[in-house]
Design a protein around this ligand. Structure first.
Ligand SMILES: NC(=O)c1ccc[n+]([C@@H]2O[C@H](COP(=O)([O-])OP(=O)(O)OC[C@H]3O[C@@H](n4cnc5c(N)ncnc54)[C@H](O)[C@@H]3O)[C@@H](O)[C@H]2O)c1
Length: 630
């Protein structure tokens, strides 16, 4: 017979996402002019206590002194904590309700706020073992009950000893004191819970690292909240991807690991073996060799705009969907373009540089307002069209030219040819894509068509402009000012020198391909890409995938969804349906989209499937990947 199981769970940063005393500090120190320094100190004391660097009691004494808290601060603290219960705990409420007799919260925090929070998930007040505050007559929190064993240095161990739990004991927590229970021989296993914080010294001591409660429940065959184990979905993020992305993917219950740098082909080929989702930026090359090792890979997130670093066709052949963030930095590029146009119209690059050399050159000659000037936008895509709107709002007269038919926004005027646009515009700004036909789109012939004294901007792609032609036209004065962010050859790293014939020319702004590089764009990318990946995993939806046929799918209720990816050959959908019919399975919805390489079929069925059906579907000739969603 299986042993009875007892679950000992920590509170701060495990049951909740935060340290309660940090939040109490936010509340009690409101109005204190040294609030931010005190909060920093509070955090450092907490961490040192957690990691074992400072004795627990000493850390507590010092923290309470700093807090200067009162009884009236406790209710707002409780209200905040209720909203900050760990996501995987909330998701698995059923586990708490069903096992409440065997779950104990053992914490060095305080009962006054722990009990109301754990009761939210159905736990029992008398299963909470924690400290208690001592108040003075004016309801100030002045100390803690020193007789409570949990206020002493080895408190959790002593508490467990006195409880004498029968059966197996599993400890889940993020702190060193949680590990100490196991070290004292009072628990079978210690699970380091990393959903909210990761402490190296604690991870080293853990029997298992548990990125979410789902992982723990899965290991003990108790997961109910999700019908397929999301925690088995291993996500690997490289190249310092924004923390928002990490948070979103962790909140979904995936098992996420992060690396700050890129990996070379060899290392990646090794590390990718058990990875389901890979997140990269522009430095990691996802080659055929790497993909040949990626047996579990289902999706790649390119946390950037370009996808040249990824062998998209090979991904397709292996049934790996690739997502990127094509629009996340459009606004950033547009703002820079507008800023540069204004600077160039006022001849500011030269004026600024003269000032730095000590030369005072006060004059209005050759300085112009942008109001009423003709801005010619070449390429009316995401960036071009947004520039059109913003530019018009500040007084430009906007013209645009695009290869494909595009509706004019606002009062913009469409040009029927590039030549027409170039002849008319006071300012020419390029926003075309990087297709190879666009090489040298602007060369001597096009500069000839432009007005004398034109302002010229390229924030699109380097090879679109013939750089020597631009150089000559700046030198001749035909181009009165230029803003260039992209170059035919760009340094590979920040340590390489930038070589270009455009250096040191008059009234020229040169920038190191940073048109889209802003903090906001990084946040947008960090949110956009995980959203697409989560949607793909949860519904099979491929909207905006770079390589997969794009399908937008409804969220399913009371049905099962089968996802079949195959080489694009005739008759496969008929084979799928034949197998389902043979098993008397009714199809409630079916979606198909193909491209030249693959076919992507989603079939929703209203009846439980058995392993036999799944086996047969997988066996269909030309199947690349098969996945059951619910
Ligand atoms: N500087 C940066 O940091 C930065 C950041 C983001 C994007 N970009 C670049 O900006 C450019 C525009 O990006 P986007 O998101 O707006 O792209 P997009 O694909 O939405 O728009 C490009 C538009 O250009 C049109 N086009 C292509 N070739 C043309 C041609 N020869 N003549 C006229 N129109 C043509 C297309 O039809 C399309 O409408 C891209 O080259 C992109 O790589 C640069």
């Amino acid at each position: 017979m299986e042993n009875k199981r007892n679950y000992v769970i920590d509170f701060d940063s495990t049951f909740t996402q935060v340290e309660a005393l940090d939040i109490l500090g936010e509340i009690s120190l409101n109005g204190d002019k040294n609030k931010s320094e005190k909060l920093e100190e509070l955090k450092s004391l907490t961490d040192r206590g957690m990691e074992g660097g400072l004795s627990f009691r000493e850390s507590l004494v010092q923290r309470l002194k700093l807090l200067n808290a009162k009884k009236e601060h406790l209710q707002p603290l409780i209200d905040t904590l209720k909203t900050r219960i760990s996501t995987s705990f909330v998701r698995n409420e059923a586990f708490f309700i069903e096992n409440k007799e065997d779950i104990y919260i053992i914490s060095n925090g305080f009962k006054e706020f722990i009990i109301p929070i754990v009761q939210e998930l159905g736990l029992k007040a008398d299963h909470v073992f924690a400290n208690d505050f001592v108040f003075d007559e004016a309801d100030n929190i002045i100390s803690f009950n020193k007789d409570n064993v949990l206020s002493s240095n080895n408190g959790k161990v002593e508490q467990l000893k006195s409880m004498d739990l029968q059966g197996d004991v599993y400890v889940i927590g993020d702190g060193y004191t949680d590990y100490e229970i196991k070290a004292a021989g009072l628990a079978n296993k210690f699970y380091a819970f990393t959903e909210n914080v990761e402490r190296d010294s604690v991870l080293q001591k853990a029997d298992h690292i548990t990125p979410s409660l789902d992982e723990f429940l899965y290991m003990h065959k108790m997961n109910k909240a999700i019908s397929y184990p999301k925690n088995r979905i291993k996500v690997m993020l490289l190249e310092n991807i924004h923390p928002d992305a990490l948070k979103m993917l962790k909140n979904e219950g995936y098992n996420v690991s992060i690396y700050t740098g890129a990996m070379d082909e060899e290392e990646l080929s090794e590390k990718i073996k058990d990875v389901s989702v890979l997140g990269i930026r522009s430095k990691t090359q996802l080659t055929k060799k790497v993909l040949d090792n990626a047996n579990r890979l289902i999706a790649v997130g390119a946390f950037c705009i370009g996808t040249n670093q990824i062998d998209l066709e090979e991904c397709l052949k292996k049934g790996v969907a690739v997502f990127n963030a094509p629009y996340s930095n459009t606004r950033s590029v547009v703002e820079l373009a507008i800023g540069e146009i204004i600077l160039l119209m006022r001849n500011l690059p030269d004026k600024i540089s003269k000032m730095h050399d000590g030369n005072w050159d006060k004059s209005a000659s050759n300085s112009f307002e942008i109001r009423g000037k003709k801005l010619g936008i070449v390429g009316y895509g995401n960036i071009g069209s947004q520039l059109s709107i913003l530019a018009e709002a500040i007084g430009f007269d906007v013209y645009y030219y695009d290869l494909v038919e595009k509706l004019a926004l606002g009062n913009a005027t469409k040009c029927n040819s590039l030549e027409e646009l170039l002849k008319n515009s006071d300012i020419v700004s390029l926003h075309v894509d990087g297709r190879k036909e666009n090489k040298d789109l602007i060369s001597e012939k096009q500069f000839k068509q432009m007005k004398k004294g034109v302002i010229f901007l390229n924030l699109s792609r380097g090879h679109v402009v013939e750089i020597e032609a631009l150089q000559q036209n700046i030198e001749s004065g035909k181009v009165r000012g230029a803003g260039i962010d992209v170059f035919p050859e760009e340094p590979k790293t920040n340590n390489d020198t930038f070589q270009s014939p455009l250096r040191n020319l008059p009234n020229v702004i040169l920038t190191p391909h940073i048109g889209g590089s802003t903090e906001e764009a990084q946040v947008n990318i960090g949110n956009f890409v995980p959203g697409k990946i989560i949607d793909y995993i949860n519904t099979g939806g491929t909207t905006n995938s770079v390589n997969f046929p794009n399908l937008q799918l409804p969220i399913l209720e009371n049905a099962h969804r089968l996802i079949h990816i195959h080489l694009n050959r005739p008759g496969i959908i008929a084979k799928i349906n034949k197998i389902l019919a043979a098993h008397d399975i009714n199809i409630v919805g079916q979606y198909l989209k193909t491209n030249e390489t693959i076919g992507y079929v989603i079939t929703d069925i209203d009846k439980a499937y058995n392993t036999e059906v799944v086996k047969e579907l997988k066996k269909i000739e030309h199947t690349i990947k098969f996945r059951v969603l619910y």
